[in-house]
Write a protein that binds this ligand. Structure first.
Ligand SMILES: O=C(O)CCC(=O)C(=O)O
Length: 290
């Protein structure tokens, strides 16, 4: 049976999901703007209530079923993206088209309002991602800047929100950020889960000296937001707990295509120079984002 493509719904489908939100929609404080501008990320933002975490965890288990590998709604799907077969990184793009809870997550007002504040205007979905590191043999995510993977869209008015579905700690492979690295030039793109040393081939002496990552230790349901140039990565999960995450990648409304190829697998071409919009890039601000 053909799976239902939830991208046709540009607003929440299940009022119960959004209604359970833990987070009130508050104005972004000056301290938050300052931290984001200085460090390139902010962490510890409460987003999800217990019921939403439970729902996303159970839908994550569905998304990971072997038969999903052939689901054409995903833009990318890797049961294991790790280059080391002894470790596992489940990583997929496009869950919002497949799962109701992951779909409704992108419209949560608390997320959208923070994204608007940090990007300085109305926002759209660029794409979503899910990352799962299973207990004990969870793989690494190499140090990288997100925009290295997104140069086909311009300008770099992008923002990533990383939401933990488990407590994330140093031993289960939490994300780590290099404060201030959002002011560095763009690094090349390389394998996302091969090791943690590729990046050092490209850093200047000055950048190596300034390389001092900090762990984003989060409770389940909390989020961090990061700049598209901030250097970040994560080590193995050596704990006996999973480390599951939902990631939303926003663009400011007005970002345009710089490619004549599909921006995401299976999506109609947006010719170079034309605005990124339409069914697969919903506007989240305004009535859609509740
Ligand atoms: O989940 C991770 O460890 C990496 C996530 C990441 O690279 C991102 O959210 O941009």
């Amino acid at each position: 049976m053909k799976p239902t493509d939830l991208s046709k719904f540009h607003g929440p489908i299940d009022p119960g999901f959004s209604g359970a939100s833990a987070a009130s929609v508050e104005a972004t404080s000056q301290a938050t703007f300052t931290a984001y501008a200085e460090q390139g990320f902010i962490t510890g933002i409460p987003i999800l209530a217990e019921a939403q975490i439970d729902e996303l965890r159970s839908e994550m288990a569905e998304l990971m079923r072997p038969e999903q590998a052939s689901n054409p709604l995903f833009y990318e799907y890797h049961h294991n993206e790790s280059a080391d077969p002894g470790t596992v990184l489940f990583h997929a793009l496009g869950a919002w088209r497949v799962s109701r809870a992951f779909h409704d997550l992108i419209f949560l007002p608390s997320l959208v309002r923070t994204a608007e504040a940090l990007l300085g205007g109305p926002v759209r979905l660029w794409h979503d991602q899910v990352f799962v590191k299973p207990p004990r043999d969870g793989a690494v995510v190499e140090w990288h800047q997100d925009y290295s993977y997104w140069t086909r869209t311009k300008p770099a008015a992008h923002l990533t929100c990383w939401i933990g579905l488990d407590d994330s700690t140093e031993d289960n492979g939490c994300v780590r950020y290099v404060p201030g690295s959002h002011r560095w030039d763009l690094l090349p793109r390389y394998h996302l889960s091969k090791g943690m040393s590729e990046v050092f081939n490209y850093l200047t002496d000055e950048q190596r000296a300034a390389f001092d990552p900090v762990p984003a230790i989060l409770k389940a349901g909390e989020a961090s937001f990061h700049h598209p140039f901030v250097l970040h990565g994560s080590y193995e999960n050596t704990s006996d707990r999973p480390r599951r995450a939902a990631v939303i990648n926003f663009i400011r409304d007005g970002v345009y295509s710089d490619s004549d190829e599909p921006l995401l697998a299976g999506v109609p071409v947006i010719p170079r120079g034309e605005k990124v919009e339409g069914r697969f890039f919903p506007l989240l601000s305004g009535p859609n984002g509740g």
